[in-house]
Design a binder for this molecule. Structure first.
Ligand code: GDP
Length: 596
């Protein structure tokens, strides 16, 4: 029995014949459901229009709900050697989206060029994109040879032109094949009409593509897709779901979540089937429960404790491809999706911009539609990634602008950021954290609130302390677990061993204050802290240690004298009570206090 599977993407300029070639390939390899070909042919006859093999693909897609032959934009067929999953990539965006979101993990590509139109812009752009996304196995079909009279010269000229382009972008194609999708020449059997062509057919060539074997020693990686909570009938299970992108995981294995550093052990694998597996492998959508209940989020990456760690940074060098109508600009915020995480990032620097068609390079301040660039990206929080080819899923990403995917890229290098030490500290703390029997969730249920760190900052004598104290009293009387802690109380106590008026030492003050706040967060408390003129840099450290979602900032006073990005600007001179109400609303919006 044939067991091996391979994902192949078909690309090419519109109307150059991708769907026709795929349709004909399915028909000639008997891969269509019974009667499908006749059905589509009859429909064409009834409608008085010529039959097209491309209609088969549309017809299969239409019935994807009932048929197992097709699922979204994928078509399946089989040769003597293996099963093929063909990904139809109608446009650049779909292609990038499929490639990066893992919907398709193409190991090889077939690029279709119309013999009569020759190499078009998109033939070049698609080629570039394949190279950029690390798809090294490429086969070129020069299609519609029937219209070109099966002329060898036409074939050779296009081959020569496109080969030069591919060589320029470092792609070594496996072969160029003269074909006719419409008449089936050189698809599954050699054509008599191209006696000058001594090479292989499309089907033979597909079988020559090599499987990129994920080596047995490749470390396990699984981006967390979701966490299912079951609370019915005393079922307290939390099931973490996702699809391993490499490696193998067994029951009992010790795992580490990155970037948080939380440790745990696999208790069970969950399955809808009657028997649950003992281990899970690359590509298998899986669910599992943990030995101890811990809080982890979608987007974290599950790794094995005894294997190599993934890379983590807030700064990377990457190659990006942009398709947006608005240019990709420096210092504008975009959402970047990598694995299952979505992180805000900005282009910090543009090193080089290349036109994907002409391959001309230039220095620019922004990246326009269809351009490719080498850039530095700064992320708001650390991302977890890989650089090796066996971990494509964790090295490719898409870029969203206003919730739409407009570009994609591949990570070339990790750049060391200033936070590395800080992150290591948090990671070690999390991995060494001793868990109590009473979980954070138990505390949320009992206290009827989530924990939160509210920073009240502003100039000297702006009323911060009075405001914090009033807020504490009000919420305390309402039954909340709240604690007001002035930074001064820590500087002269917990931090008494470090200098107070020293810029270098200040970072250590902030680190300790943040670690203290973290303990309060774990205890389920709303912690109100007052400090004079906190800066964005201070907030960045606090966010890194406490977790940005937990932290809210209120600036008190007319003048804003630092660069801190606050959530609320209050002017207590107007009315303290009013300000307390506004802060309470802020905590409600954050979800710390539940709205009734
Ligand atoms: P796609 O946009 O790349 O999927 O292109 P289609 O497969 O839809 O083909 C576009 C048009 O080219 C259709 O009208 C096809 O009938 C025609 N076509 C595709 N392949 C061939 C071929 O080998 N010979 C001829 N004569 N026409 C073809």
């Amino acid at each position: 029995m044939v067991e091996e599977k391979m994902d192949i993407v078909f690309v090419g300029h519109v109307d150059h014949g991708k769907s026709t070639v795929i349709g004909r390939l399915l028909a000639d390899t008997d891969s269509l459901p019974d009667g499908k070909l006749e059905l589509v042919q009859n429909t064409c006859k009834q409608n008085n229009e010529p039959f097209e093999y491309a209609y088969l693909i549309d017809a299969l897609k239409d019935e994807r709900a009932q048929s197992i032959t097709i699922d979204s934009a994928r078509v399946f067929f089989q040769s003597d050697k293996r099963h093929y999953i063909i990904i139809d990539a109608p446009g650049h965006i779909e292609f990038i989206k499929n490639m990066v979101t893992g919907a398709a993990r193409a190991e090889a590509a077939v690029l279709v060029i119309d013999a009569n139109e020759g190499v078009m812009e998109n033939s070049r752009r698609h080629g570039y994109l394949l190279g950029m996304l690390g798809i090294k196995q490429v086969l070129i079909l020069i299609n519609k040879m029937d219209i070109a009279g099966f002329d060898q010269k036409v074939f050779e000229n296009i081959k020569k032109e496109y080969l030069k382009f591919l060589t320029d972008i470092n792609i070594e194609p496996m072969d160029f094949i003269p074909v006719s999708g419409k008449f089936g020449d050189n698809l599954t059997s050699p054509s008599k009409l191209t006696s000058w062509y001594k090479g292989k057919t499309l089907l033979e060539s597909l079988d020559r593509f090599e499987k990129i074997s994920s080596d047995k020693n490749t470390p396990f990686r699984m981006p967390v897709q979701d966490i299912y909570k079951f609370s019915n009938y005393g079922d307290n299970r939390r099931i973490l779901v996702g699809t391993p992108t490499s490696g193998r995981l067994n029951i009992g294995d010790e795992i580490v979540f990155y970037p948080s550093g939380k440790h745990n052990n696999i208790k069970t694998f969950e399955s809808y089937k009657s028997t649950s597996p003992e281990s899970i492998l690359t590509g298998q959508a899986s669910g599992f429960t943990l030995k101890d209940q811990i809080f982890v989020k979608r987007g974290e990456v599950v790794c094995k404790a005894n294997e190599r760690a993934p890379m983590i940074s807030t700064k990377i060098r990457a190659s990006v491809f942009w398709l947006g109508n608005n240019p990709l600009s420096i210092n504008k915020s975009y959402i970047i999706k990598l694995g299952t995480s979505r992180v805000e990032g900005q282009i910090g620097e543009i090193h080089r911009v290349t036109d994907a068609d002409s391959l001309r390079a230039s220095e620019k301040k922004r990246i326009s539609r269809h351009e490719i660039a080498e850039v530095t990206i700064n992320f708001k929080i650390p991302i977890v990634f890989e650089l090796s080819e066996t971990h494509n899923d964790l090295s490719r990403f898409v870029i969203l602008d206003e919730q739409q995917i407009w570009g994609g890229g591949i990570i070339l290098e990790a750049i060391q950021d200033d936070d590395e030490k800080l992150r290591e500290g948090v990671f070690t703390r999390n991995s060494q954290w001793i868990r109590s029997q009473v979980t954070y969730k138990d505390r949320v249920e009992r206290n009827n609130q989530h924990s939160s760190l509210l920073l009240i900052t502003g100039q000297q004598n702006s009323g911060r302390k009075k405001l914090a104290s009033m807020l504490e009293t009000k919420l305390f009387l309402e039954g909340k677990q709240i604690y007001y802690l002035g930074v001064g109380s820590i500087l002269y106590g917990l931090n008494a061993d470090i200098k107070r008026d020293d810029a270098v030492e200040w970072k250590e003050h902030i680190r300790r204050i943040s670690e203290l706040a973290y303990i309060f967060m774990d205890s389920g408390t709303i912690l109100v802290m007052t400090a004079v003129e906190l800066t964005q840099e201070d907030l960045h450290v606090i966010d890194s240690i406490v977790g940005p979602k937990k932290v809210k900032v209120a600036w008190v006073g007319d003048d804003v004298t630092t660069d801190i990005e606050f959530d609320l600007h209050v002017n207590v001179n107007m009315n303290f009570e009013n300000s307390v109400v506004k802060i309470k609303e802020l905590l409600m919006d954050q979800g710390a206090i539940f709205k009734l």
